[in-house]
Design a protein around this ligand. Structure first.
Ligand SMILES: Cc1cc2nc3c(=O)[nH]c(=O)nc-3n(C[C@H](O)[C@H](O)[C@H](O)COP(=O)(O)OP(=O)(O)OC[C@H]3O[C@@H](n4cnc5c(N)ncnc54)[C@H](O)[C@@H]3O)c2cc1C
Length: 476
């Protein structure tokens, strides 16, 4: 048993756990990670001699005045990244749209693929709302104390003064009034982009969320050299990281938390959970804490991910880092008609050592896979994998089936086995559900939350916003 009392114990090294640890590395901080690799959904793992990104592959927000860059600068860490000049190439029915940062270039390409007389009006508004959001520096969201509620209301009033009634507008009403008679293809494109950024489609989100969800390629989008996991290895290099150590139980004592892992027992004044809001109640025996975590309704959404290595020598075409293929019909066992492809850079010595490392993902229900019997599970997994691989090959004429060296896939059950979560992503925030959204503070003193199921959202930018708020709570 470790006898000293730590200042902060962080449970989980996902984006949230890693960023908050890096910001507080001057404290007596300890970080626990169940898996061998750091980074959770954004980790990089090795299989059969090749490295693969488990989930996240695009790194957005490393720009001045953005929470990501601010946090990295404060932690004095410069990531090894490379700009993707074309953030994503969208392919739909043989037509191609490149999401590039240059607005006019994007618009010109968009008008060829999805012509509409109001395209400029629509996308100008989308880009401007996004730009205004990231200029806003007083975002705050916390609950469970009078001062937190007052600060949250004050932040919302400031947001209202910036966005006016746009803040109350729904995404679909804006789409209907601006892009009236939008074609199914165009709407599918918008929704497939929202699925990767917001985990949902336009009928469920506000106009502001629509703007944030569609605008990320108007920012610099980066590729992480050596895999996304390399960012975590660098960011956490000065931190007391205990990987392959799972926290099994946390007890609240008078002045500290007693933390029991599969290897040891620790004490800490503060605990920050990077486990999801849906998976944290099992860590406690205390009925009140259990009740608090059980009060969040599960977000039954997850990812189906294919990891593939592809022989380099036969592939003559120059491959981009990211593609999104949009089909007419949904993928079997998926809730989407699109999939996202990430390809390692040819000059990345680790990821592309003897073959391209490819991660392909689509959206599925989490509980669907959990509830299948083993035989059916394997059958459905193969069906989905083969369908996607087939569609992938149809869209890259220079790639042949024989070029695929290894190919495996992951479902929500795989995510649970490695990183303790069935679901991927949190719930998109709407005016209706904002009060149910978990915040970085809890009703229990010195117990905090961080990650993509907590305000403000998923991915590097969304989680970084939550980390900045949590960091103020910890240190102000
Ligand atoms: C397929 C896919 C593709 C994505 N693509 C992108 C992208 O391109 N760009 C982007 O920005 N975002 C992307 N995202 C979203 C992004 O990856 C996630 O939102 C983000 O990584 C989640 O971070 P988190 O802080 O919530 O932690 P998580 O990733 O959930 O990590 C939590 C960590 O805590 C550990 N843990 C949990 N319980 C315990 C315990 N009891 N003891 C010890 N350790 C524990 C887990 O093992 C895990 O490592 C993608 C997500 C998926 C699934």
């Amino acid at each position: 048993m470790s006898t000293d009392i730590k200042d902060i114990a962080v449970v989980g090294s996902g984006i949230g756990g890693a960023l908050i640890s890096a910001l507080n590395k001057d404290k007596d901080l300890i970080l626990f990670e169940k898996d061998i690799n750091l980074g959770g959904c954004a980790s990089t793992f090795k299989k059969k001699g090749n490295y693969f990104n488990a989930g996240a592959t695009t790194f957005v927000g490393y720009e001045d005045n953005h929470p990501i860059k601010n946090i990295f600068d404060k932690a004095s860490f410069v990531p090894d990244i490379k700009k993707s000049e074309i953030a994503i190439r969208i392919i739909q029915n043989g037509k191609t749209l490149d999401r590039v940062k240059d607005f006019e270039e994007f618009l010109e390409n968009l008008n060829e693929i999805y012509p509409h007389k109001n395209n400029r009006i629509f996308w100008t508004k989308i880009r401007d709302l996004d730009a205004r959001f990231w200029q806003f520096k007083d975002l705050y969201f916390a609950k469970h104390s009078l001062s937190s509620y007052i600060k949250t209301i004050s932040s919302n009033l400031k947001l209202f003064s910036i966005f006016g009634f746009d803040i109350l507008k729904s995404a679909d009403s804006f789409i209907d009034e601006t892009l009236n008679d939008i074609t199914k293809e165009y709407k599918d494109f918008i929704n497939s982009q929202l699925l990767i950024t917001l985990q949902t489609t336009s009928n469920e989100v506000s106009l502001i969320s629509l703007a944030l969800g569609l605008s990320y390629p108007f920012h610099d989008v980066f590729y992480a050299n050596g895999g996304m996991g390399a960012i975590f290895d660098g960011l956490l290099k000065d931190i007391d990281v205990h990987s392959k150590e799972e926290i099994l139980n946390i007890k609240k004592e008078k002045d500290f938390f007693r933390i029991i892992s599969n290897k040891n027992e620790y004490k800490s004044k503060k605990v920050i959970l990077n486990s999801t809001a849906y998976d944290s109640s099992i860590l406690f025996d205390d009925e009140q804490i259990k009740k608090y975590y059980n009060s969040f309704s599960f977000s039954d959404q997850s990812a189906f991910v294919i990891y593939m290595s592809l022989k380099k020598e036969n592939i003559k075409e120059e491959l981009l880092h990211h593609y999104q293929i949009i089909l007419d019909e949904n993928i079997p066992n998926s809730i989407s008609n699109s999939f996202f492809i990430s390809i390692s850079s040819l000059d990345d010595k680790k990821m592309s050592s003897d073959s391209y490392s490819i991660t392909i993902s689509t959206h599925t229900k989490a509980l669907y896979w959990k509830n299948l019997l083993q035989e059916d599970y394997e059958k459905q997994k193969t069906l989905t994998q083969e369908f996607i691989v087939n569609e992938f090959l149809k869209n890259f004429t220079s790639i042949k089936k024989e070029d695929i060296k290894n190919c495996v896939s992951a479902t929500s059950k795989t995510f649970k086995r490695y990183i303790n979560r069935y679901n991927c992503g949190g719930k998109a925030i709407t005016i209706k559900n904002i009060l149910q959204t978990p915040s970085c503070n809890t009703p229990f003193e010195n117990l905090h939350n961080v990650g993509d199921t907590i305000f403000a959202g998923q991915g590097w930018p969304g989680i970084a916003l939550g980390v900045e708020i949590l960091n103020k709570e910890l240190n102000d």
